[in-house]
Design a protein. Structure first.
Length: 202
């Protein structure tokens, strides 16, 4: 933050990292007022330039919950995921954007401190909408697979139950005929074979 003496994007040491980073980086002062951002932030938020966000207050962003704002102000750094609504930005006339709809963002907000005093905020932002959509698709497919497995289990349970009686009849008559083979006349033997055939075909 050039104004706060924390980060000078013109300093050769930081210039390339700041300007060429594929991750959107935004710099804010102690009051949460926008100071500067890199080109990746322009792309992410659908901005032509940063004049439209001049004076934008991070703490007035309707996409941030009051709880999150309080944690940031208290000096807590951390990673947060949030839904960002570009239509809400337009509705409240916060800044002009070429984007619309809702996207998922992952933000890493770091309070910049000097002698334990917050002198500004650095915000790293990555859009994770594709990842979130993939996670939702995986969850949906897992639920469908679970449902199919339940259906398969029920089907096999019914099949097993329906096959149990005919198999018992086949096994019972086969065993009876084998044990009593010498005592059976042809008529009883044929009747036993027909019973086995009937059990097998039903």
């Amino acid at each position: 933050m050039k104004e706060a003496g924390l980060f000078d994007p013109e300093c050769p040491k930081y210039k390339d990292v700041f300007k060429l980073s594929p991750i959107a980086i935004e710099l804010y002062d102690t009051e949460g007022i926008f100071l500067e951002a890199n080109p990746a932030a322009l792309d992410l938020f659908g901005l032509n330039d940063f004049t439209s966000v001049s004076g934008f207050n991070l703490f007035a962003d309707p996409n941030l919950s009051s709880d999150l704002i309080q944690r940031i102000k208290s000096g807590e750094s951390g990673k947060y995921e949030l839904k960002f609504d570009f239509d809400l930005v337009r509705l409240q006339n916060l800044y002009e954007t070429t984007r619309s709809g809702i996207c998922d963002l992952e933000c890493y907000i770091v309070p910049a401190k000097k002698d334990q005093t917050i002198i500004g905020y650095i915000v790293y932002i990555t859009e994770i909408t594709e990842r979130k959509n993939a996670e939702l698709l995986l969850e949906k497919q897992a639920a469908e697979l679970h449902k199919l497995n339940l259906t398969k289990d029920k089907f096999f349970s019914i099949i097993a139950h329906d096959l149990k009686s005919p198999f018992n009849a086949i096994m019972g008559f086969s065993e009876l005929m084998l044990v009593n083979y010498n005592d059976l006349d042809d008529e009883i033997f044929i009747k036993g074979l027909r019973t086995i055939e009937s059990a097998a075909t039903h």
